[in-house]
Design a protein around this ligand. Structure first.
Ligand SMILES: Nc1nc2c(ncn2[C@@H]2O[C@H](COP(=O)(O)OP(=O)(O)OP(=O)(O)O)[C@@H](O)[C@H]2O)c(=O)[nH]1
Ligand SMILES: [Mg+2]
Length: 455
């Protein structure tokens, strides 16, 4: 997960409140100091760090947690609100009909992000997408973009030998006039100099770009602020994409510094692969960071071949408290389609699956291997057994193990896993606030009120 260090730091600080009803002066100071350190390590600046910790201190001193809410949850909720406020409201992008110009300094991830966005719009919005490579300075830019999209039906336009970027854009736009959305990758620079400014302005005018997306590497931390501000002034950036959030401890600083300039963060990059992009909405992002889960993000993550209706049916059943081995099987099937378990778990509340969200890396890898094995075992079961795993006593277990070519112990493990998942599902369906929200969400098809469910 991105910003893992920050999350751990916050958990360490707020974790001191676990099981406590109040704090003495020294404990409170200790907790705030530890939180301050976590924020600073994530490269939040001094002012932002102070703002957040001051607010927390004030509210912990003066507010009683609502009845039934522990001091720890109370503190988490305060932090949630403060961080969301700091990162600002989301901006909705309507890609249909858009012409998008990508801008940014050298090596920030423009070309990679161009491919990521193209795939995102093709997959998530079912749009016909074309990309144009207009970087005439970086050798091999066209080949790079082409390669990133080699498995995709996105059209890649480029003229590797042409030196005039505007000419490429003009011809590319003409050729792909029928595309629903066109994304143009441009050249980077060492810094924003006159020449680049001219080139960008010219190109922006030429393509009449409806979106001007600035790509900034999260690694630069707070320095992302001035970069965003200067690009903003020149080409009126209307969306910032913070890339490489996966590879740095300083991402918190980059995000907060960009937000402070007033330019909305619209996506974040979380890896080198084309699929490693996420829509950025501060509330959902922070909710995940603080282990509260992000259901919409989970749905966004699902690949196109995931049966959404099936996912809904499954959710409904989960909420009803009924959960057969078949349900778990389907759930696992979805998980394996989504990609790594690790990625999936980062979207779930930390206490889901009996704390699986907080599993170590080795444990998570272990789980991935288990998925395969469980699948084989279940294939040896009758439907009745999958519906009602409790009927699996010694003799049936022996038969299933034999059929699947595994040890009996492994069949028992599967049943134990199902038992744990079932308990967790029960816990969720017992959470009335959550069930109500889930049901409403399913009825209205509006997922936005799923945020901060406080599971
Ligand atoms: N880990 C990680 N790496 C990324 C991400 N986005 C881009 N990269 C890597 O960063 C490097 C530079 O990315 P490019 O897309 O070539 O950057 P660029 O801005 O087009 O670079 P120039 O065209 O040279 O200015 C590549 O090695 C990418 O794989 C990300 O979100 N996470
Ligand atoms: Mg490039």
């Amino acid at each position: 997960m991105a910003l893992e260090g920050l999350a751990n730091g916050i958990f360490r600080a707020i974790g001191r409140l676990k099981g406590r009803r109040r704090l003495d002066e020294e404990e409170l100071k200790d907790m705030l100091r530890s939180l301050r350190r976590a924020l600073q390590e994530a490269d939040f600046n001094v002012r932002q760090t102070k703002e957040i910790t001051d607010r927390l201190e004030e509210r912990i001193r003066n507010e009683e947690p609502r009845p039934g809410i522990t001091l720890q949850t109370h503190a988490m909720n305060i932090l949630y609100t403060e961080l969301v406020r700091m990162l600002g409201p989301a901006r909705e992008i309507r890609p249909h009909g858009a012409t998008i110009m990508m801008v940014g300094l050298y090596g920030q991830g423009k070309t990679t992000t161009t491919a990521k966005l193209a795939e995102w719009y093709r997959r998530r919005h079912s749009l016909k997408v074309a990309v144009i490579e207009a970087d005439v300075h970086r050798p091999g830019a066209y080949a790079q973009l082409k390669q990133l999209l080699e498995d995709s039906s996105v059209e890649v336009y480029g003229e590797p030998d042409e030196k005039d970027a505007s000419a490429i854009v003009r011809r590319g736009l003409a050729k792909h006039a029928a595309a629903d959305v066109v994304i143009v990758d441009t050249a980077g620079r060492h810094r924003l100099d006159e020449e680049l400014v001219e080139e960008l302005k010219q190109m922006s005018d030429l393509m009449n770009a409806s979106e001007r997306f600035l790509v900034i590497d999260a690694q630069v931390g707070q320095a992302a602020g001035p970069v965003a501000a200067s690009f903003n002034e020149l080409v009126d950036v209307n969306g910032v994409i913070v890339s490489k959030l996966d590879g740095t401890a300083r991402g918190g600083g980059a995000l907060s510094a960009v937000a402070a300039t007033g330019a909305p963060i619209v996506y974040v990059g979380t890896g080198e692969k084309v699929a490693d992009i996420e829509k950025f909405e501060s509330d959902r992002f922070i909710s995940r960071l603080l282990g509260m889960g992000d259901i919409q993000g989970l749905i966004d993550l699902a690949p196109e071949d995931l049966d959404e209706e099936e996912a809904m049916r499954l959710t409904e059943r989960m909420m009803s408290g009924r959960f057969t081995l078949n349900d778990m099987y389907k759930q696992m099937e979805m998980m394996s389609k989504v990609g790594t378990v690790d990625r999936l778990l980062s979207f779930l509340p930390a206490n889901m699956f009996g704390g699986m969200g907080a599993m170590g890396k080795a444990q998570k890898e272990g789980m991935q291997q288990n998925l395969e094995k469980y699948r084989v075992i279940m294939d040896s079961m009758t439907n009745h057994e999958k519906d009602d795993p409790l009927c699996l006593k010694a003799e049936r277990i022996r038969r299933v193990a034999h059929g699947a070519g595994v040890k009996e112990k492994e069949v028992r493990e599967l049943i134990a896993q199902w038992n744990r998942s079932k308990k967790m599902m029960k816990g969720m369906s017992g959470n009335r606030k959550l069930s109500k929200q889930m049901r409403q969400m399913m009825k209205s098809g509006d997922f936005d009120d799923m945020q901060n469910m406080g599971m």
